[in-house]
Design a protein around this ligand. Structure first.
Ligand SMILES: [Zn+2]
Length: 399
């Protein structure tokens, strides 16, 4: 047991690796929530604890299982993002493989990762699907709540149920988030950013999000809770009616440079090309394109100065679902400069010298994301191949 303090609620609670578990009276899905992968984000942990207590007291009929898992316990206790390593950047395939080899006493973040990994493996081995993973976060600056997903059909179909903005493609810019690892196992898995770390509304947003998630995953029925209250609580905060956004650009801050955003930029605010956004090492930083500013860095450290996102027109969303359904990507390898990267055909190797005319957008439409690149080649990875679509085929949201 460790103690976690919430500044927003002025409250301290004790938690373990498993914050709580709730088993329904009938068979059904397995929901896994993680909170506090970043230790300075206790809001999700508090919300999970609250909802579990409410479930137990109310006796709402449930189907399946719900697990609430805490993230970086030692960092949560100290109220810091992490000890030595960011626990949400350690889930690359190579890293996870090496978890099974040797011990890592002394590096607490590594021990935390081993424990979380073992907990998840055990749940996957003992419980029945369909499985759903929800990763609860908060941000350094104030923001409306939003969802981040890796762009797979199952993630899109599931998350479009929420009255929230959904941002696709963040994994192209981040190495090793927990959710990408779970997505590669084939499950519905995505992140929820509830608001500023120490704001009470982030806690309330987490509560609403958890209740809606339980309904959408068919763990509880909407008639058994005050569904409209939770739905409306989130819906009233969104700024634009567009649902899906794609990340187009990331401003990277190099180590030891002095970056400062101009005051007053709010997450999702519209920007025009050349708008003055920040100053880095005494140089002006201007918007490279029009769109919406996303995650402007106001507090804390990090290498992401800001992102630029743009809403995806509905036509493209539908077109891409269709193209993925008919496996249109099988034809891409007929084009010059594009080959399968491996016999498993889960990634394409794109020669930029030859294939520079095909835009990234084309690959995005087909569910590919660029991962690693050397000077002349891009590796475009497809997540659809791994998706366990069959597990979800009998759910209302997938049909
Ligand atoms: Zn976080």
């Amino acid at each position: 047991m460790i103690e976690i303090h919430s500044k927003a609620l002025n409250k301290t609670i004790q938690v373990d690796r498993i914050i709580g578990k709730y088993q329904g009276s009938e068979e059904g899905p397995t929901l896994i929530f993680t909170g506090g992968i970043h230790g300075n984000e206790p809001s999700g942990v508090f919300a999970l604890k609250t909802v579990l207590e409410e479930l137990k007291q109310s006796g709402i009929p449930c189907r399946g299982n719900l697990y609430a898992i805490s993230g970086n316990l030692s960092a949560l206790e100290k109220g810091v993002r992490f000890d030595k390593k960011d626990l949400n950047r350690q889930w690359t395939k190579e890293n996870v493989r090496s978890l099974h080899q040797g011990s890592y006493n002394g590096i607490s973040d590594r021990n935390e990762q081993i424990e979380i990994h073992n907990t998840i493996e055990k749940i996957l081995a003992t419980e029945k699907g369909p499985f759903y993973f929800f990763d609860l976060h908060t941000t350094s600056s104030e923001t409306v709540p939003f969802v981040t997903i890796n762009d797979s059909v199952i993630n899109r179909k599931f998350t479009r149920q929420y009255p929230l903005s959904i941002v696709l493609g963040i994994e192209e810019f981040l190495e090793g988030p927990l959710l990408s690892y779970i997505n590669e196992l084939g499950y519905v898995a995505f992140g929820f950013e509830a608001g500023q770390h120490d704001d009470v509304i982030s806690y309330e947003n987490h509560i609403s999000f958890i209740y809606l998630s339980m309904v959408y995953a068919e763990f509880i029925d909407r008639k058994d809770i005050n569904y409209l209250k939770y739905h409306h609580h989130l819906e009233k905060q969104i700024l634009f009616s567009d649902k899906f956004y794609e990340i187009l650009y990331r401003y990277e801050i190099e180590d030891n440079s002095s970056f400062s955003m101009f005051n007053g930029y709010r997450n999702f605010q519209k920007i025009r090309t050349n708008d003055l956004l920040a100053v880095n090492n005494d140089r002006e930083v201007r918007a490279p394109m029009k769109g919406h500013i996303f995650m402007p860095l106001y507090q804390g450290k990090g290498n992401d100065g800001f992102f630029v996102i743009r809403s995806i027109p509905r036509f493209f969303l539908r077109l891409s679902l269709f193209l993925r359904k008919v496996y249109f990507d099988r034809f891409l390898v007929l084009l010059p400069g594009i080959k399968w990267a491996s016999p498993e055909r889960e990634a394409l190797r794109v020669n930029l010298k030859v294939a520079r005319f095909y835009t990234k957008q084309l690959f995005h439409l087909l569910g590919y994301r660029s991962r690693t690149a050397d000077k002349t080649h891009l590796i475009m990875t497809n997540r659809e191949g791994a998706s366990k679509m069959g597990d979800y085929k009998n759910t209302a949201w997938f049909k």
